[in-house]
Ligand binder design. Structure first.
Ligand code: NAD
Length: 422
């Protein structure tokens, strides 16, 4: 593994980025070199070709993956992504990030991730259902309530989770709600799950602002991505008095220095399927949006958005990573040198997996928790984890990101050593 980033191509590989943080943190805490070797690689990579009968009676084959990175702390947990960018390297990195994600907030889970290379916006509901069911059937030996538990990610949501739960239950011959989280409420979904990731980002942002002695009402904020994570983070921060000056989705960025009405933007998106069609704000590109002068920047779309090419132009004081891996390892070094505080993905977006865990616990116990209980427990979890990584960063004189890796790697390594096997 190269320590020095030599080309921007290498810098843009999410596995390389993840690996460089893992190695830096592991060396600081001097973990056993054999354990480090284990942590570098996924435990299992399953690759499938998913056949789907299309509406026009042809059959298309979609490449699908599920990667289990580590199971030392418990069954693997992680979302399923539907996107044309899905490839094995991306899923490998995302699976490892889930291991650190779960460990940093103290969940009894390992890390996994899945994905299908497809454009979900171009598939009919029937095609999406057949794709999801056939992928589930091919992964039925991998998934399981005590083995590997999927959840939504980019391009998937409650409906896909409902199909996975139904197909898996049919295959194993018993009702198995705990095989997947992020389900619709009538099928055993948890109150608060849809908002959980954005809510965790709001809580982490407020915590980081407090440490910088900045009041929310004195802040501006730019959010990239207006899906589940971006739109809810923006809404909840706006509710706290933060002025959201720019938002974006795949159609581009929308800027208003006087503040964007986030409720109106969400309504507009729900009505039109995106922000583009007639949303009233100055149109900018996603690249311009990232470089705006702002207190807070929340990249909440996808990985590799801040790279060696644009890191020196970023003007935010605080970056809270909603997406997984939005900053490459090369860019991270530049931002650190500029003194920009970064709340890393593995902590910032852990509200989602935390409430997924609560959903799984409720399913196993046959319980239904109130939204208040879910939110309060999840908020406490994120606040506690944030405090721990601030403390660890000071103790080791490292960035919050490396501190978060130190905390996670310590937990996974301890479990690994106690179990005595992988
Ligand atoms: P989503 O599909 O709901 O939304 C994605 C958003 O990003 C959409 O607004 C889309 O238009 C936009 N987008 C896509 N490509 C873009 C591009 N090239 N430039 C700018 N915007 C683009 O997905 P989501 O669930 O909100 O996930 C977003 C990120 O957050 C992903 O990295 C995901 O892994 C991470 N994440 C999601 C959850 C969750 O609970 N949903 C939890 C943890 C992490």
């Amino acid at each position: 593994m190269a320590k020095q980033k030599t080309s921007s191509n290498e810098d843009n590989n999410p596995v390389e980025s993840m690996m460089s943080y893992l190695i830096e943190a592991a060396q600081l805490i001097k973990i056993d070199k054999h354990i480090l070797e284990v942590l570098k690689y996924p435990k299992k990579i399953v690759s499938v070709s998913v056949p789907v009968k299309m509406d026009n009676d042809t059959v298309q084959i979609f490449p699908g993956y599920r990667v289990i990175h580590n199971t030392s702390l418990g069954p693997s947990k992680g979302g399923i992504r539907y996107s044309m960018d899905v490839n094995e390297d991306e899923v490998r990195a995302l699976a490892a990030w889930m291991t650190w994600n779960c460990a940093v907030v103290g969940l009894p889970y390992g890390g996994g991730k899945g994905g299908i290379k497809c454009d979900p916006t171009k598939l009919s509901k029937g095609e999406l259902e057949r794709l999801t069911r056939n992928y589930t059937a091919l992964m039925s030996d991998v998934f399981g309530p005590d083995k590997d538990i999927p959840a939504p990610d980019m391009g998937t949501g409650q409906q896909e989770m409902a199909w996975i739960m139904d197909e898996y239950s049919r295959i194993v011959g018993k009702h198995s709600p705990a095989v997947v989280t992020g389900k619709p409420i009538p099928l055993g979904g948890s109150l608060g799950r849809v908002e959980a990731t954005g809510r965790g980002i709001m809580v982490a942002t407020l915590g980081a602002l407090e440490s910088l002695s900045i009041l929310p009402a004195d802040c501006t904020c730019v959010v990239q991505g207006f899906g589940n994570v971006g739109s809810i983070s923006a809404k909840l921060l706006a509710d706290q008095g933060v002025k959201i000056i720019a938002i974006s989705d795949v159609t581009g960025g929308y800027y208003n220095p006087n503040g964007i009405d986030i409720d109106a933007a969400i309504q507009h998106k729900n009505k039109n399927g995106g922000l583009l069609k007639g949303f009233a704000a100055e149109k900018i590109s996603n690249a311009q949006l990232l470089e705006l002068k702002t207190t807070i920047l929340i990249p909440a779309a996808m990985e590799n958005q801040i790279t060696l090419n644009n890191a020196s132009k970023i003007k935010a004081k605080l970056i809270v990573e909603g997406a997984n891996g939005p900053i490459t390892a090369g860019a991270d070094k530049i931002l650190n040198k500029k003194g920009i505080i970064i709340v890393p993905d593995i902590l910032a977006n852990a509200g989602g997996v935390t409430v997924s865990y609560y959903e799984w616990v409720q399913n196993k116990a046959g319980e239904y928790w109130t939204e208040e209980r879910v939110n309060q427990q999840a908020d406490d979890t994120i606040r506690r984890a944030l405090k721990t990584i601030f403390y660890t960063a000071q103790r080791y004189k490292v960035s919050l990101r490396i501190a978060a890796y130190i905390v996670s790697i310590n937990k996974v390594t301890e479990a690994f050593e106690l179990r005595g096997s992988c």
